[in-house]
Design a protein around this ligand. Structure first.
Ligand code: COS
Length: 379
């Protein structure tokens, strides 16, 4: 076993660290306050050829592996989790299903612009009554002649305001097992398609979270992604990859909060000593460092399994569950170490704390991850 990163992975870590500190960190607090989507940052990431990092060069990708993708998400999230989740969703939910299930023609038409960064990637699964029970989709698509006619709505969809198209699930019929669910690629400027950016959120304020409303939206018959009736399974498989991204995001947030707490503890003097000299603070910092190390190892293990073409459903759920829960705990303790200052928006641990909560919810709640793990271990 080799625990070292490859030369390429180290290079990507350095590139993403420099980019995140130089370009992403400086405006992060302001973007959080103004809820401004980081369009310029994503333009620069497109120039660096990072938008399609883990996909083959022939589709405009960077030919890197999933560990490199996780490193990129981690480094962005260490300074700005809104940028981290935007990138993670773009790659793992926007690009991935097109790469895994699309025809060659669909990859040319849709994956290439995503990898080049001319459109953001998005994915439409969740609905008001289909959250944890993702198979409870009510959106319908009816084949009329050579076109699908889609009606319904989706909620909490990341990046859709900046996406030229996205794949979404719809009920296209019934089978003996229940509804037949198919994934369809839909242009966001199609007649009858509304993307609404109106949510007021706890955190991740400069990421784009939208509602989608589809009224008699028509797309050509060939816009089925993969095979008719396989949409639910395809999206569950896509979520396995997405959970590595959220795990990496959680590691990045935890790392950012931990570093801020360590620095603050060294600088803050009380009772005549910097508080980092008190054992009670040292133990908090030691626990943070240990948890982050363990979470990062689990994220990389799940990513490595994916890169080996092995099954990684259980490990993806484990890394997402563990990393998100330690991110929340680390941010809580980072605020605690900052005392009253940690409760103030001037100190970035306040933002990390609000942003971390989403990692326990998005792409499957902690309860769903435990359900997936329980099924995988044969309960
Ligand atoms: N990859 C590929 N196929 C999978 C899969 C996976 N990870 N997990 C399940 N499947 C398959 C099953 O094998 C089953 O196939 P068959 O019909 O051939 O037997 C099918 O998909 C349905 O699976 P299952 O019966 O387990 O579905 P459930 O409705 O019980 O739901 C959970 C499974 C709860 C795991 C799923 O709904 C889920 O992940 N929910 C959370 C959704 C989520 O993360 N939402 C957030 C979206 S944010 S973008």
């Amino acid at each position: 076993m080799n625990w070292d990163l490859t030369e390429e992975q180290k290079m990507i870590r350095k590139l993403m660290r420099d980019f995140s500190e130089g370009e992403v960190a400086p405006g992060a607090d302001e973007r959080d306050q103004t809820k401004k989507f980081p369009v310029d940052i994503f333009r620069k990431m497109a120039d660096l050829n990072i938008m399609g990092l883990p996909f083959p060069e022939k589709y405009g990708g960077g030919d890197a592996d999933t560990i490199s993708f996780a490193i990129a998400v981690e480094e962005l999230s260490r300074v700005c989790a809104s940028t981290g989740i935007t990138y993670s969703a773009h790659v793992s939910l926007g690009c991935s299903p097109l790469y895994q299930f699309g025809t060659e023609e669909q990859k040319e038409k849709y994956l290439v612009p995503l990898c080049r960064g001319t459109s953001m990637g998005a994915f439409g699964l969740t609905e008001a009554n289909a959250g944890s029970d993702a198979g409870g989709t009510r959106t319908t698509a009816v084949l009329q002649g050579d076109e699908w006619v889609i009606n319904g709505s989706k909620c909490f969809i990341t990046n859709a305001s900046y996406a030229d198209f996205l794949a979404l699930t719809a009920v296209t019929g019934t089978t003996e097992k229940g509804p037949e669910i198919t994934a369809l690629i839909v242009p966001t400027d199609a007649e009858g398609f509304k993307v609404i950016d109106n949510y007021v959120k706890m955190g991740l304020n400069s990421s784009n979270t939208t509602e989608l409303v589809l009224e008699d939206v028509r797309v050509p018959k060939e816009n089925v992604l993969g095979k008719r009736g396989y949409g639910f399974k395809q999206f569950l498989q896509t979520l396995d990859g997405g959970r590595i991204g959220i795990g990496a995001m959680a590691v990045g947030i935890a790392q950012g909060a931990y570093e801020a707490a360590l620095q603050y503890a060294k600088e803050r003097v009380q009772f005549g000593h910097s508080i980092s000299k008190f054992q009670v603070i040292q133990h908090k910092l030691a626990d943070m460092a240990m948890h982050i190390e363990l979470a990062r190892d689990m994220v990389y293990k799940a990513a490595w399994l994916k890169d080996q073409g092995r099954k990684y459903t259980k490990e993806a759920s484990m890394c997402k569950l563990f990393a998100s829960e330690i991110a929340m705990r680390t941010c809580d303790q980072a605020v605690q170490i900052h005392g009253g200052y940690g409760y103030m928006a001037d100190y970035k641990v306040e933002r990390f704390f609000r942003d971390a909560k989403l990692t326990e919810i998005g792409e499957g709640t902690s309860e769903i991850q435990r359900m997936v793990i329980a099924r995988e271990i044969g309960c």
